[in-house]
Design a protein around this ligand. Structure first.
Ligand SMILES: O=C(O)C1=C[C@@H](OP(=O)(O)O)[C@@H](O)[C@H](O)C1
Ligand SMILES: C=C(OP(=O)(O)O)C(=O)O
Length: 426
């Protein structure tokens, strides 16, 4: 169902990647850390709950704030039961590295989607560091044996993945020697920069991070920026709906996250970055987006890692653009919360879009969308991407299975309505 013009100012919730890492490092630090702007999503709450099970006191004085009473690098306690990462790949992969270095055993479990996602990319290099992790055919549950002496390795991940890099760096805190991760394609460096903010010595440059085990972390306060990935749904919706003029406040615009911004601008989007400055160690800006007709493009493969979570909403933009958009080099999308290539292709076809599915992407022929029924396959970003596409569709779009939106963006529907989305609960 078409929406009204999107207008006004929106406050987008906190960054998911930064929120996960802030809890983890604050828990391992000496002293008390305060986290402002913490994302109250199911994924990041799962991480906080896990550290509660590991003996860390975490207070919530108000929503979006956590006070973490750090226990020190060796202060975690053995959990009484399995640690439930829910839907969160970031939680499971980073924790695999962190827990591999503890003196106690632990078990990481997840929901059906997470249990189907590949974990060898972390368990194999961690095993090379001396970790013992049992996994059923490379999948969760991950049974982590404690008290294994770890030694540093140099590793070049086969897939561009900040989660793999971060898992190894977190294990590296407990390893003898210097852990080195080299990336062919640089990924988000929040773990590296946050370790430094917590006083941990670490050498990093684009595509390479090195750290020696055996140092300690010092408590610090963390200001979490608003999540660019969540903002992206509004960037596309306002681009698509005539007369829109929307301002998204203080969004994290780190270049390793904002590939979509570059791609949308190349498609003709009118997005202005206002008052960009470093705040709390992160580059943030207001993003003002006004309606503009979009045209299809060939998405450069070099942008893929910088917009890995934005493909569902990019597909929605491409479907409404004039001309053809080609996406390649994004096979990783097949192992996210759902197979995001197959799920988007099926959904777009249900709305009358002509799409060719590729093993590592899709060719999307833009045009008019009609109404139809969409399955999100339990994937938060797919559900929100189709809510965006619906703003430009001629008929009603019914999206099934939308509870998952709370994974990364609690309050999406209220915010979307506030901005002008035509949205109603069935
Ligand atoms: O490190 C992180 O916080 C994330 C890294 C990305 O995953 P990969 O490392 O699997 O690409 C991304 O898709 C995920 O939403 C968050
Ligand atoms: C892939 C995502 O997250 P994760 O890997 O943490 O489940 C996502 O948020 O789109």
């Amino acid at each position: 169902m078409r929406g009204d013009a999107l207008r006004g100012e929106l406050a987008i919730p906190g960054d998911k990647s930064v929120s996960h890492r802030a809890i983890m490092l604050a828990a391992l630090a000496d002293g008390v850390s305060r986290i402002d702007g913490f994302l109250e999503g199911a994924d990041t709450r799962a991480t906080a709950a896990i550290f509660g099970q590991l003996g860390v006191r975490i207070e919530t004085p108000e929503p979006g704030v956590r006070i973490v009473h750090g226990v020190g690098i060796d202060g975690l306690h053995a959990p009484a039961g399995p640690l439930d990462c829910g839907n969160a790949g970031t939680a499971m992969r980073l924790l695999a590295g962190l827990l591999a270095g503890q003196r106690f055993d632990s078990v990481l479990v997840g929901d059906a989607s997470l249990s189907g996602r590949p974990m060898r990319r972390v368990t194999e290099p961690l095993a090379a560091m001396g970790a013992r992790i049992d996994a059923d055919d490379g999948h969760a549950p991950l049974r982590i044996h404690g008290a294994q002496p770890l030694h540093a390795i140099e590793h070049a991940p086969a897939v561009a993945s900040a989660q793999v890099k971060s898992a190894l760096l977190l294990a590296g805190l407990y390893a003898r020697g210097e852990t080195v991760v080299r990336e062919a394609q640089a990924t988000r460096d929040y773990t590296e920069r946050m370790l430094q903010a917590f006083g941990y010595p670490l050498a990093c440059r684009e595509g390479e991070a090195r750290l020696q085990g055996g140092h300690r972390l010092r408590a610090t306060d963390v200001a979490v920026p608003a999540d660019f990935s969540s903002a992206s749904f509004f960037l596309v919706a306002a681009s698509l709906v005539p007369d829109s003029d929307l301002c998204l406040r203080r969004i994290g615009i780190h270049p390793r996250r904002t590939g979509l911004l570059r791609v949308l601008r190349a498609m003709g989007a009118d997005i202005e970055s206002i008052d960009a400055q470093g705040e709390g160690g992160e580059l943030v800006a207001d993003l003002r987006v006004r309606h503009a007709p979009l045209r299809g493009i060939e998405v450069a493969v070099t942008h893929v890692a910088d917009m890995i979570d934005e493909f569902p909403v990019l597909c929605a933009a491409a479907a409404c653009a004039q001309g053809t958009t080609t996406i390649r080099g994004a096979a990783e999308l097949r192992v996210k919360e759902s197979d995001r290539i197959a799920t988007m292709v099926a959904g777009l076809r249900a709305l009358g879009v002509t799409v060719e599915e590729l093993p590592d992407g899709a060719v999307i022929h833009g045009g008019r969308l009609h109404g139809g029924s969409i399955e999100s396959r339990g994937d938060h970003r797919i559900a929100m991407a189709f809510a965006v596409a619906a703003q430009a569709a001629d008929g009603e779009v019914r999206i099934g299975d939308v509870a998952n939106v709370a994974t990364s963006f609690p309050g999406f529907d209220a915010l979307a309505r506030q901005a002008g989305f035509g949205l109603r609960n069935a």
